[in-house]
Write a protein that binds this ligand. Structure first.
Ligand code: SME
Length: 145
Protein backbone atom coordinates (compact mmCIF):
# COMPACT_ATOMS: atom_id res chain seq x y z
CA UNK A 1 0.00 0.00 0.00
CA UNK A 2 1.21 3.51 -0.78
CA UNK A 3 1.98 5.51 2.36
CA UNK A 4 1.24 9.24 2.63
CA UNK A 5 4.95 10.04 2.30
CA UNK A 6 5.13 7.84 -0.73
CA UNK A 7 2.20 9.66 -2.33
CA UNK A 8 3.93 13.01 -1.85
CA UNK A 9 7.11 11.62 -3.38
CA UNK A 10 5.20 10.25 -6.36
CA UNK A 11 3.49 13.58 -7.07
CA UNK A 12 6.71 15.54 -6.61
CA UNK A 13 8.44 13.28 -9.14
CA UNK A 14 5.53 13.59 -11.58
CA UNK A 15 5.48 17.38 -11.28
CA UNK A 16 9.20 17.54 -12.11
CA UNK A 17 8.62 15.51 -15.27
CA UNK A 18 5.52 17.50 -16.21
CA UNK A 19 7.43 20.77 -15.93
CA UNK A 20 9.85 19.48 -18.55
CA UNK A 21 7.36 18.67 -21.29
CA UNK A 22 6.25 20.89 -24.14
CA UNK A 23 2.77 22.42 -23.96
CA UNK A 24 1.63 20.54 -27.06
CA UNK A 25 1.77 17.13 -25.40
CA UNK A 26 0.98 18.24 -21.89
CA UNK A 27 -2.47 16.75 -21.22
CA UNK A 28 -1.51 13.47 -22.84
CA UNK A 29 1.68 13.20 -20.83
CA UNK A 30 0.03 14.23 -17.56
CA UNK A 31 -2.70 11.59 -17.83
CA UNK A 32 -0.23 8.92 -18.82
CA UNK A 33 2.39 9.78 -16.22
CA UNK A 34 -0.10 9.97 -13.35
CA UNK A 35 -1.93 6.80 -14.42
CA UNK A 36 1.33 4.85 -14.49
CA UNK A 37 2.34 6.15 -11.06
CA UNK A 38 -0.59 4.96 -8.95
CA UNK A 39 -1.34 1.27 -8.77
CA UNK A 40 -5.04 1.52 -7.93
CA UNK A 41 -5.97 4.02 -10.62
CA UNK A 42 -7.94 2.55 -13.50
CA UNK A 43 -8.67 5.77 -15.39
CA UNK A 44 -6.99 9.16 -15.56
CA UNK A 45 -8.10 11.60 -18.19
CA UNK A 46 -9.56 14.87 -19.32
CA UNK A 47 -13.10 15.56 -20.48
CA UNK A 48 -14.09 18.85 -22.06
CA UNK A 49 -17.51 20.42 -22.52
CA UNK A 50 -19.05 20.50 -25.96
CA UNK A 51 -22.72 21.09 -26.80
CA UNK A 52 -23.77 20.51 -23.20
CA UNK A 53 -22.07 17.12 -22.99
CA UNK A 54 -18.61 16.01 -21.95
CA UNK A 55 -16.28 14.62 -24.58
CA UNK A 56 -13.15 12.61 -23.80
CA UNK A 57 -9.81 14.22 -24.52
CA UNK A 58 -6.42 12.81 -23.57
CA UNK A 59 -6.48 9.89 -21.15
CA UNK A 60 -4.86 6.66 -20.02
CA UNK A 61 -7.09 3.88 -18.86
CA UNK A 62 -7.50 0.14 -18.49
CA UNK A 63 -10.67 0.29 -20.61
CA UNK A 64 -11.89 2.57 -23.37
CA UNK A 65 -13.84 5.31 -21.55
CA UNK A 66 -17.39 6.30 -22.41
CA UNK A 67 -17.81 9.48 -24.46
CA UNK A 68 -19.71 11.67 -24.81
CA UNK A 69 -21.29 11.62 -21.35
CA UNK A 70 -24.14 13.67 -19.90
CA UNK A 71 -23.65 16.45 -17.40
CA UNK A 72 -25.43 14.69 -14.52
CA UNK A 73 -22.54 12.39 -13.51
CA UNK A 74 -19.61 13.10 -11.21
CA UNK A 75 -17.69 14.97 -13.93
CA UNK A 76 -20.59 17.13 -15.07
CA UNK A 77 -21.60 17.95 -11.50
CA UNK A 78 -18.03 19.00 -10.63
CA UNK A 79 -17.99 21.21 -13.71
CA UNK A 80 -21.42 22.77 -13.10
CA UNK A 81 -20.64 23.48 -9.44
CA UNK A 82 -17.09 24.51 -10.37
CA UNK A 83 -15.72 22.57 -7.40
CA UNK A 84 -13.61 19.50 -6.75
CA UNK A 85 -15.68 16.37 -6.14
CA UNK A 86 -14.05 13.62 -4.11
CA UNK A 87 -16.42 10.66 -4.17
CA UNK A 88 -15.30 7.91 -1.74
CA UNK A 89 -17.93 5.46 -2.99
CA UNK A 90 -19.22 6.02 -6.53
CA UNK A 91 -22.19 3.73 -5.95
CA UNK A 92 -23.55 6.24 -3.47
CA UNK A 93 -23.42 9.15 -5.92
CA UNK A 94 -26.80 9.67 -7.61
CA UNK A 95 -26.26 10.00 -11.36
CA UNK A 96 -22.83 8.39 -11.36
CA UNK A 97 -22.02 7.27 -14.90
CA UNK A 98 -20.42 3.83 -14.94
CA UNK A 99 -17.70 3.56 -17.56
CA UNK A 100 -15.84 0.74 -15.81
CA UNK A 101 -17.63 -1.36 -13.20
CA UNK A 102 -14.32 -1.77 -11.33
CA UNK A 103 -14.38 1.89 -10.36
CA UNK A 104 -14.99 2.31 -6.63
CA UNK A 105 -13.97 5.91 -5.91
CA UNK A 106 -13.54 8.96 -8.11
CA UNK A 107 -11.93 12.38 -7.99
CA UNK A 108 -12.94 15.10 -10.38
CA UNK A 109 -11.30 18.52 -10.68
CA UNK A 110 -12.77 21.22 -12.95
CA UNK A 111 -10.66 23.89 -14.65
CA UNK A 112 -10.63 26.08 -17.75
CA UNK A 113 -8.20 26.50 -20.59
CA UNK A 114 -9.10 29.77 -22.28
CA UNK A 115 -12.88 29.50 -22.74
CA UNK A 116 -13.11 25.69 -22.71
CA UNK A 117 -14.34 23.90 -19.57
CA UNK A 118 -12.35 20.81 -18.65
CA UNK A 119 -12.37 18.26 -15.84
CA UNK A 120 -9.51 16.06 -14.76
CA UNK A 121 -11.20 12.79 -13.85
CA UNK A 122 -9.59 9.91 -11.96
CA UNK A 123 -11.11 6.55 -11.07
CA UNK A 124 -9.70 4.08 -8.57
CA UNK A 125 -10.50 0.43 -7.96
CA UNK A 126 -10.20 1.15 -4.21
CA UNK A 127 -12.88 2.72 -2.04
CA UNK A 128 -12.02 6.13 -0.55
CA UNK A 129 -8.72 6.30 -2.42
CA UNK A 130 -8.43 10.10 -2.66
CA UNK A 131 -7.66 12.71 -0.03
CA UNK A 132 -6.48 16.27 0.49
CA UNK A 133 -3.01 15.45 -0.79
CA UNK A 134 -4.37 14.32 -4.15
CA UNK A 135 -6.48 17.49 -4.39
CA UNK A 136 -3.51 19.67 -3.49
CA UNK A 137 -1.01 18.17 -5.94
CA UNK A 138 -3.46 17.72 -8.80
CA UNK A 139 -4.68 21.30 -8.42
CA UNK A 140 -1.05 22.42 -8.61
CA UNK A 141 -0.55 20.41 -11.81
CA UNK A 142 -3.67 21.83 -13.41
CA UNK A 143 -3.11 25.44 -12.47
CA UNK A 144 -0.10 25.69 -14.79
CA UNK A 145 -1.99 24.56 -17.89
N1 SME B 1 -17.92 8.35 -13.72
C1 SME B 1 -17.92 9.55 -14.52
C2 SME B 1 -17.85 9.21 -15.98
C3 SME B 1 -16.48 9.20 -16.55
S1 SME B 1 -15.63 7.81 -16.19
O1 SME B 1 -15.51 7.55 -14.78
C4 SME B 1 -14.21 7.64 -17.04
C5 SME B 1 -19.13 10.39 -14.20
O2 SME B 1 -19.99 9.95 -13.43
O3 SME B 1 -19.26 11.50 -14.74
Amino acid sequence: MQSIKNKEEIYTKCIKSINNISSKDKLKTISSLLFDSFENWIFCGFYFKKDNQLVIGDYKSLKIPCSPIDMNGVCGTAMLKNEILNIPNVNKFPGHIVCDSNSKSELCIPFNIQSTNFVLDIDSNKLDDFDELDCKFLTEIIKNL
